[in-house]
Write a protein that binds this ligand. Sequence first.
Ligand code: C6P
Length: 428
Amino acid sequence: MKNSVGETTLAKGADAETSVQPPHVLTRSRLDVRDQFPIFAIHPNLVYLDSAATSQKPQRVIDRLARFYAGENANIHRGVYALSAEATATYDSARAAVARFIGAALPDEVIFTRGTTESINLVAQSWGRSVVKPGDEIVVTEMEHHSNWVPWQMLADSTGAVLRMAPVTEAGELDMSAMARLVTPRTRLVAVTHLSNVLGTINPVRRITDLAHAAGALVLVDGAQSVAHGAVDVRDLGCDFFAFSGHKLFGPTGIGVLYGREALLEEMPPWQGGGGMIGTVALDGITWAEVPMKFEAGTPAVADAVALAEAIAFVESVGAEAIVTHEAELLSLATERLSAIPGVRLIGTAAHRASVISFTLEGVHPHDLGTVLDEAGIAIRAGHHCAQPLMRRFGLAATARASFSVYNTPDDVEALGRGIERARALFS
Ligand code: C6P
């Protein structure tokens, strides 16, 4: 097994006949990392089922952030003194750690941003505005988060390009035959989520990149949800761009990553101007710094990048395979437990999914359900999850969503089940 989101697992799973996972026994999962997350000591009754919104942070990441500010803090690339040189080296090693983690060929293919949203906007503004012409087409999917939809619609509006949408089936899978029809020589880019934040669906990214490249189009993968739930290898995926946020990967908020193939990044113009991204500045012209500096104008989030590297070290210490196994168990358990509650409708029953379960409860608005669960210390998300086209697809305004991570246990799933039953009783 490669991972929950990589192509090896996908290819294997492609033969699966049903979306129903094997029956499960309520056993304590083998992963034992919960003690590393101080939030659960401070809030002992917290049942945190909103890791798709943001993950909790292990102590070592919090400590790394504090250690940088306490003893290593200096601006980078600027100082001639030792502290600045050391901070620069630490920042550079964080970039190398990210590159290794996602299988990039070079550290310079990693650009630090504020998060997935900024990474995608960078590509839309820089690559998009310089390449996309009237009549060109950009293909998104019906399950995209607004972060991987709105920047492309804005780009289409400003360039005269056309935004196309690959539909989602009733099971919550991408309609690949429609995708195959939509990708034509007019397509410049396919923008697709790796793992849906609403449905949990894992998309067949490798098939999409093969399809797009055969038509001469590029592929941007939104890895916001996938990166914390199994090993990602951008070269195995064959994508041109890959975006993710540190805060969903046990790291700090305010730091994210754009991976881009070196040759593309070299060609792309900068999108923000300022310090750090120039070679020379004169009245008669400016030259740009090399990649990746060309895309990192101003003082970057140095401490956050360093703490992100620590978060990656945490993930590596747990191991992608252990994460996949643990979360698959929880998802299987949750699917069984929730399906057995009358009035629960699962939204998203794809054959290949991970870490996220969305549902509605008949007669109870998801927000009310969220409030009842909160009274029992259970944190879920309720709403449209920044995926309004997908909500429309299922004829819903909102769903309730539980999402799992390494620190969740079967007891959390049982607490969720009981909480839903309580809400059902209260509203009947
Ligand atoms: N989803 C959720 O589902 P930022 O805010 O830039 O860190 O991530 C945006 C984003 C992009 N793509 C996907 C697939 C996402 O799930 C998200 C963030 C959160 O709860 C917040 S809406």
